[in-house]
Design a protein around this ligand. Structure first.
Ligand code: NAD
Length: 359
């Protein structure tokens, strides 16, 4: 069956990095029997410019029909002053909501060749391989009531509501247990159950779901301790599952352990495993159009797409191995260059991954 991949290059460095990931997929199609067609669409600022909204109807239709979606990045200074509903980032929120992408998977993987790029000592981070599973559709970001109100005293008060229902907790927990099964079978659930009722329920439900996964070791950790442990001994973790707010913060913290956001992919999945795959970084307007961007996070996002939506773990592994070999050869884009190395550009990095795939 031919799989349809919708490619949304987006803004800034998006088109440059997505072009390299598309080259990689094309190579797998020609050389390794990957049965895909790539279709292109508009999301973000480019969609506002051409069609007047960040997530236009045409893209919505394409996204619903696709088996998986590969995104570059959206946004940039050009669209910062337009009215809020038209901002590029709204396009991203809209596509996530429209496709009910509730599970955000963010690996923090440090290639040993890049251990010196981390702010932490190499012995603490070398070989780091964590997967953070963050709930994406609920929590305090969406809970009602919310707002800013004026009290009787005349003072203003901002308020938000943290909410999690049992089915919401259960479905994200199951995604995390399934992911842990494909890895080292250790799952740490992060909450703040000592203070928050929403977390108390979270802990109860994760504990109950664990009964269906006796082969996975479940532990619980408070979020403040988790932040500390991530910096102290990050290699103790295999898979972490947590809510939207805590996951937002912890996944950025874990990303920094690896030294470069130019290396980190992500996936956002729906119930059926259909997903949107994108690098964790933004559109990097400061280097857009200069051929300097690191395309590896996007190339590794394509690998995740093959693993999680197209059920092609071998081909995903081929891409990841090819990236490792390119790093072994000493190729580095500017963001991961250490002293004494001459950086290569975006296209040269993509070409090198393709060459490594052909070996
Ligand atoms: P950013 O991630 O775009 O850039 C932060 C820094 O990292 C910059 O110095 C940039 O040059 C560098 N960088 C990022 N990706 C890189 C890569 N692949 N190779 C080399 N260097 C890279 O974050 P920002 O500057 O805060 O945001 C810029 C724009 O991107 C904003 O409009 C923001 O809203 C948007 N944004 C979009 C997404 C997304 O599409 N998912 C995520 C975050 C930010």
């Amino acid at each position: 069956m031919t799989h349809k991949i919708l490619v949304l290059p987006g803004d800034g460095i998006g088109p440059e990095i997505v072009a390299e990931a598309a080259k990689v997929l094309e190579c797998l199609r020609q050389e390794h029997g990957l049965d895909v067609v790539l279709e292109y669409g508009l999301l973000g600022g480019c969609a506002v410019d051409e069609l007047g909204e960040p997530y236009p109807e045409a893209t919505r239709r394409q996204a619903r029909e696709a088996d998986a979606i590969l995104l570059g990045a959206v946004g940039g200074p050009r669209w910062e002053r337009i009215e809020r509903p038209l901002r590029p980032e709204r396009g991203l929120l809209a596509i996530r909501a429209d496709l009910e992408l509730f599970a955000n998977l963010r690996p923090a993987l440090l290639y040993p060749q890049l251990a010196s790029a981390s702010a932490l000592k190499p012995e603490i981070v070398a070989g780091l391989d964590i997967l953070i599973v963050r709930e994406l559709n609920g929590d305090i970001y969406f809970g009602q009531p919310r707002g800013i109100r004026t009290l009787d005293s005349g003072e203003r008060e901002g308020f938000n509501t943290m909410r999690y229902s049992e089915p919401e907790i259960e479905r994200i927990t199951r995604v995390a247990f399934e992911a842990a099964r494909k890895r080292h079978r250790k799952l740490c659930s992060v909450d703040k159950a000592n203070v928050l009722e929403a977390s108390e329920l979270w802990r109860e439900v994760t504990g109950r779901v664990a009964g269906d996964y006796p082969d996975v070791e479940l532990s619980h950790m408070y979020v403040d301790n988790a932040a500390m442990q991530l910096v102290r001994t990050p290699k103790q973790f295999d898979v972490i599952v947590t809510g939207n707010l805590f996951g937002d913060i912890l996944s950025d913290c874990a990303a920094m352990l690896t030294g470069s956001i130019g290396m980190l992919p992500s996936a956002s999945l729906d119930r059926q495993g259909k997903g949107l795959y994108e690098p964790i970084h933004g559109s990097a307007p400061d280097i857009a159009g200069k051929g300097l961007a690191n395309p590896l996070a996007t190339i590794l996002s394509a690998a995740m797409l093959l693993r999680y939506s197209l059920n092609q773990p071998q081909l995903a592994g081929r891409i990841e191995d090819a990236v490792g070999r390119v790093l072994d050869q000493g190729l580095r884009t500017l963001d991961i260059t250490t002293s004494g190395m001459t950086p290569v550009g975006t296209q040269a990095m993509g070409d090198a991954v393709v060459a490594a795939l052909m070996e």
